[in-house]
Design a binder for this molecule. Structure first.
Ligand code: KIV
Length: 423
């Protein structure tokens, strides 16, 4: 099983944004700097955004949605700076991420986005308009025909500006009528859109349902075989990762996500979860899917985003939580000491964590003799069985009252025991 943590990775295809090079390659579109920054209270400075973008590029992200340039002068500046720097500098393997700006379908937004991203080697503009009955009636107050007209005009306008990597999103697609989606998506493809992103804006869909929607779009939208289908799953029901993977299993070849899963309300699909699930299960259980993510940079990306955004990562968060590689119970620790495969499906080193410094066995009230003996040996104490019995008894008594037992606590227990047995 552990060999799956580092399967021989197919070489990343030379990335040409709008072209389908390898049918199994899943593009990772990171929107930490746009949707992620929409987490209440997560505002980032321009400098922080550029630093995060650099880390995302190292991480092997294919597309960085750097912001919403029309939202504020600083957002424009940040997107432009990222496009002109990160968007022009190749990584060691020659990879340069696409830099993308988000816009509504209105001209001032489209102009701002294009002006902000056009300095990148691979610029993209992402435009969106809502397509669910609820949004069209209450928010847009537009008819279906008006919504289609707006979408098509926006795509044509972008083409006229010289932008040929155009992403279109029917906002709230997860609650939109599929027949209307077939129509609007077919029209924007004809107008020149190259990526069609399907947002489950309210996190409403269930995994099978969302996968089915992607499959239905592939079967019913005219011209869809020539574009990339993408997912954008919010996490209101905690299903964003499952929905994104289900989308990929049904033909989506771009997955939108954020570091640590930050984003509007309950957040977005988490990049690290998607990337590791595809890395560990993609080859064998997902018909050979793979991404270009370099997992050793995940931990650093997670730390940076959490520190700069002020959004703490919950301890039990998959992949990047403080406890994701910690083992406390005696049975688990015993298993881990015999073979790491017993309780770990990937090693902490895979995501750039050091086992000794950042992860591993945590001594606490559920720990067993084996773990205590091993830690004592690592600390230089070679204790016989009788001594261990005594130290272990004291250990359990202390562990019952403390959240975690540190090396200093063990030192104290050993000294106490030695003092009492010699006096
Ligand atoms: O959640 C959403 O619908 C979005 C779109 C703009 C992609 O963020």
């Amino acid at each position: 099983l552990r060999d799956r943590a580092a399967p021989p990775r197919p070489k990343r295809p030379k990335y040409v944004p709008s072209k389908i090079d390898d049918p199994n390659y899943v593009r990772i579109f990171d929107t930490t700097l746009r949707d992620g920054e929409q987490s209440p209270g997560a505002t980032l400075t321009i400098d922080e955004k550029v630093q995060i973008a650099r880390q995302l590029s190292k991480l092997g992200v294919d597309i960085i949605e750097a912001g919403f340039p029309r939202a504020s002068p600083d957002d424009f500046k940040a997107v432009k700076l990222i496009a002109d720097t990160v968007g022009t500098q190749p990584q060691d393997d020659g990879h340069i991420p696409v830099i993308c700006g988000l816009s509504r379908t209105i001209q001032a937004d489209l102009d701002a986005s294009w002006n902000a991203v056009k300095g990148a080697a691979f610029p993209r503009v992402h435009t969106f308009i809502a397509t669910s009955d609820i949004h069209m009636e209450h928010k847009l107050r537009m008819t279906e025909d008006e919504v289609v007209e707006n979408a098509v005009n926006a795509v044509k306008y972008l083409k006229g500006l010289g932008c040929d990597d155009i992403e279109f999103s029917p906002e709230d697609a997860g609650r939109s009528r599929p027949e209307f989606l077939y129509r609007i998506l077919g029209e924007v493809i004809k107008a020149g859109a190259t990526t069609l992103n399907i947002p489950d804006t309210t996190g409403w869909n269930l995994p099978l349902e969302f996968g089915e929607l992607i499959a239905k779009l592939r079967a019913n939208v005219e011209g869809i075989e020539g574009v990339i289908l993408s997912t954008h799953c919010q996490n209101d029901l905690g299903l964003s990762t499952a929905n994104s993977l289900s989308g990929a299993q049904n033909g989506a070849r771009q997955l939108e996500c954020t570091i640590n899963g930050i984003g509007e309300r309950a957040g977005n699909a988490s990049l690290e979860e998607i990337a590791m699930a595809i890395m560990l299960r993609g080859q064998q259980e997902m018909d050979g899917l793979y991404t270009g993510i370099v997992p050793q940079h995940i931990h650093m990306a997670s730390k940076m985003v959490s520190e700069y955004s002020g959004m703490m990562v919950q301890p039990h968060k998959a992949i990047v939580g403080m406890n994701a590689f910690a083992h406390e119970s005696g049975i688990h620790q015993d298993g881990m000491l015999k073979s790491k495969e017993t309780y770990e499906i990937m090693s902490p080193e895979t995501i750039g964590l050091s086992r000794t410094v950042d992860a591993g066995i945590v001594l606490g009230k559920h720990s067993g003799r084996h773990a205590v003996k091993t830690r004592l040996a690592e600390m230089g104490y070679d204790v016989g069985n009788d001594d261990l019995d005594e130290i272990f008894k004291r250990f359990k008594a202390v562990a019952d009252k403390k959240k975690g037992i540190k090396d200093e606590d063990l030192e104290a227990l050993v000294s106490e025991h030695l003092f009492q047995s010699t006096s």
